[in-house]
Design a protein around this ligand. Sequence first.
Ligand SMILES: [Zn+2]
Length: 394
Amino acid sequence: MTAAWIALVAIVGSLIGSFANVVVYRWPRGQSVVRPRSRCPGCGRTLSPLDLLPVLSWLALRGRCRTCGARISGRYPAVEAGFAVAFGVLAWAYPIEAFGLTVLPLLVLVSMLGMAALIDLDTYLLPDGLTLPAIAVGIVGAWAYDPAAGLPTPAEAAVGAAIAAGVLVLINRLGGLVLRRLRDTEERLWPFSLDAVNVAALAGMLGGRWWALAAGLAQVALSALARRPVRLPEPWVYALWLTALIVALGGWTLTWGVDLIEALAGSLIGAGTFALLGAAWWWLADLRAAGPAGGTRIPPAEEAGAPEDDEGEPVAMGFGDVKLAAVLGALLGTTGFLVGLLLAVVIGAVVGVAQRALGGSRFVPFGPFLVVGGLLAWAFGDALIAWYLNLLGV
Ligand SMILES: [Zn+2]
């Protein structure tokens, strides 16, 4: 039964991998992922089911079109095989006899992460329509996890998502500030702006997570009432933030006695929560502007009448990575995410240096490394932490 079940799930995985190939190709081009049926890019012949058997068709046809002999990239069967392996491993690691439906949200999440990583690899973009729903799956799906499976509770998934987004959005804000040589940002979104992120980050560093959430909420509410972005200059906010961090590192507090851990957690949870709420707001506004039938994408800044948005400014970390990190934070919880982020940075640096040495592109999208690092941390995180502590002699 178990072996048959694992094999069945792996076969389903290969079919989802085949669908992922279609999604990864068509989504960034604004095409429907359902219709029309797949065609050969060489001769335009509609592919028959026999051409579409995952991995097997490619092997049988030796990577060429049956009609015109055009080469078919080896990435397609590789993706199908990768999905099959991932699905099989998950079915094996979370057997339904022991853990019930635990595996279902995991299969959905891993599929969405795989597609996001491949789209980022091809286009340097991470579609909101993929990452934001995946965050919801990660948090809501946690209700389906068996308590014995060792996965995050819904609350841990939500905190993990917020902290993960917080780490990346603060790198985005602080890195951007450095790249702008400490000048204030030109970003003027209304009613949901990055000012809520800044204010929440500062309040969290001063008073913990509840202060952070209250301050961010107050910023959004005041902006909505004032009908303009109510803002504090970004350089000042982060000068105060850094001062509060140094004070907390010294073991003192500026306000109500939150310790260093709660100051850091509060700052990250606040910043991450408002980054994600803002992202969801602008995504939905974008969808509404485009209408149910789709159509041309209207940049949120234009719609809000803002003179300029963040895209005109240099950034250290793209906003798509903030949302992708939140998916991994929901799946892995806070500690697992931090291990995954560390692995992503190390692997990304090695690959980036190698790519440069080989004369390749200067730009490396971070999303694929985030996904690979996160999945490695998920599989081997506990072993890695134990090995590291052992190394330290703890
Ligand atoms: Zn052909």
